[in-house]
Each structure stands twice: as C-alpha cells, then as structure tokens.
Ligand binder design. Structure first.
Ligand code: R5P
Length: 287
C-alpha cells in the first residue's frame, strides 16, 4: 500500500506511512492565478494495481476539491483499491435541513466521494455516514480513548472530565474511562422564560482539576461558557481536550483569557495544540 498525503493532512499522513512502513507518495499542490487548485501525485507513472490510502481532512472548500482531485488522480494511476481517510469532516454540522430550502451540506459532499472504503474520525454527527453513498464501506474511528490516555499520562492532576453538552457525553465517557477518572455533563435547565441554569448533572467540581472534552472547538464559545461556569463553581484548573481543533482566529486566546490552563487536540487538524496523534488509529485500520 502507498500513502497519499492531502494538502491538509501532510504531517498525519507521514505519521501513518511511518507507522505502517509504507511509501509516502509526494504530491504537488499549487494555486492557479484564478484561485483554482492544481494537484498532482507527482512521484510515479503508475500505481500498477497497488492499493492506495488518501489522507485528507476537509477544513475548507479547497480541501474538499483537493480530496476529489486526489481520488481521481489515483484512479488515473490504476490503483487497485482506494481507501479514503477523512480525519476531519467539515460541513458535518449541517447534517439536516434546519430550515426548508437549506441543503444537507454533509450529504452534498459525502456522496461525491467514490472509494472502496472510507474512514472518518469522530464526525460531528454519525448521520453523516449514511450519505457516503458511493463508498463501498464507511467506518467511524473514535479518538476519545487517545485523549483519555493522554490526560492520564500527561495531565495527571485531572480528576474529572466534563462534557459541555449532551452531544459530547459519549466522548467524555470514553475519555474518562481511559483516563481513569469520573465524568459528568453540563446540563441546561430553563428556570423561567428569562433564566437558564447550567451546571454539572451530578458531580461537585469545587477545588477539582477538570478537563472539558468536546469533539470540535471552533470559536471557543462553548468552552469559554463552560470554563466560566466551572470557575464560578470553584474548579481549580481547566484543561480542554478536543478531537478537532478548528480554532478560528482568536479562539485560543479567548479560551486562555477565560482561564483555560492548556488546550490538547489531536492531529486531525494540524495546529500547535496537536499533542495526540491519531496515526496509529488509522494505521490499525489500514494494516
Ligand atoms: C457542537 O455541538 C459541537 O460539539 C461543539 O461544541 C461546537 O462545534 C463548538 O463550537 P464553538 O467552539 O464555536 O463553540
């Protein structure tokens, strides 16, 4: 098997290739003067009926185009089997029509992906999987245990994992299991038309070191709200651990200003907070 590194997943793809002892095929990416992307799997004339794994996160429209181009290029090079690994699947938050006339954006993207198999790491909604109509198989890979293990080894003072909402509860539960600590979920209760109370469902956070665990951190708004609340309830330290650090400009600063001690993320998106690699998770599936 050969590994193709999409332009959004260069480091992760190199790690997967190293973990598998496979050749990493260099690619060429350029932007034409009109903004279109030029992509080329540059290192070979043919894949000679070898299988190939393309690793490319979708963080932007161009990343999506790049993934489609790489799939087509590998078809053109006569790959015998094409595996597509999407570490971060953008557009997965628009997984239904919230208002009539809206697209199911993740469906629009997913059904363009023709592959023998597809793997997605912690998609925002597992509903997304049903839209990979043109992949022979599709599977979710869960990075929660890696976050939990990292917290156990590198953030030994963490005593409690908290999910900022129900959507992150399963992730927090698995991470807590692997970190060897308890977990809780922040619950919103409407007291009146004007008043909402948010607090942990069951556990006391006072004087405890807490890790907030979520799938995506984008603007940081969810984490800032949760951090402010946990600080008011007396939490001593707040760590943030997420799978996908989308981090729009200013997000990290907002979280640190709110009192976050450390941000820990995986390398599904390559940022300075990528302290946990999902390479082995991917390599295990491809081996
Ligand atoms: C929401 O359902 C997700 O799990 C995240 O909590 C959300 O996407 C985080 O976004 P932001 O950082 O912009 O609050």
């Amino acid at each position: 098997m050969k590994i193709v590194a999409g332009r959004a997943s260069q480091v992760l793809a190199s790690r997967v290739a190293a973990a598998l002892g496979c050749e990493l095929l260099p690619c060429e990416f350029r932007v034409f003067p009109d903004g279109e992307l030029y992509t080329r799997v540059a290192s070979t004339e043919t894949l000679n009926d070898e299988s190939v794994a393309i690793i490319q996160s979708i963080t932007s429209d161009t990343d999506f185009v790049c993934l489609l181009q790489l799939i087509e290029a590998c078809e053109g090079l006569d790959a015998s089997k094409i595996s597509v690994i999407i570490p971060y699947l953008g557009y997965a938050r628009q997984d239904k029509r919230f208002k009539s006339g809206e697209p199911i954006s993740v469906r629009a993207l997913a059904r363009c992906i023709f592959a023998d198999e597809a793997f997605v790491i912690n998609p925002h909604s597992e509903k997304a999987l049903r839209y990979f109509e043109n992949a022979r198989s599709v599977k979710v890979l869960d990075a929660a245990m890696l976050l939990g293990e990292h917290l156990r080894v590198q953030a030994k003072d963490v005593e409690l994992i908290v999910a900022p909402d129900d959507g992150a509860a399963a992730l927090a539960a698995t991470a807590a299991d692997h970190a060897g600590v308890e977990y809780d979920v922040l619950e919103k209760t409407r007291l009146s038309a004007e008043e909402v109370e948010i607090k942990p469902k069951a556990l006391d956070v006072a004087a405890r070191s807490v890790a907030l665990v979520d799938d995506i951190v984008s603007t940081g708004g969810t984490i800032v709200r949760a951090t402010t609340l946990l600080k008011e309830l007396g939490a001593s330290e707040i760590y943030v651990a997420c799978v996908h650090a989308v981090l729009v400009p200013g997000a990290a600063l907002r979280m640190f200003n709110a009192g976050v001690k450390e941000i820990i993320a995986t390398d599904t998106l390559e940022t300075i907070f990528s302290k946990v690699s999902v390479a082995k998770l991917i390599a295990k599936e491809l081996a």
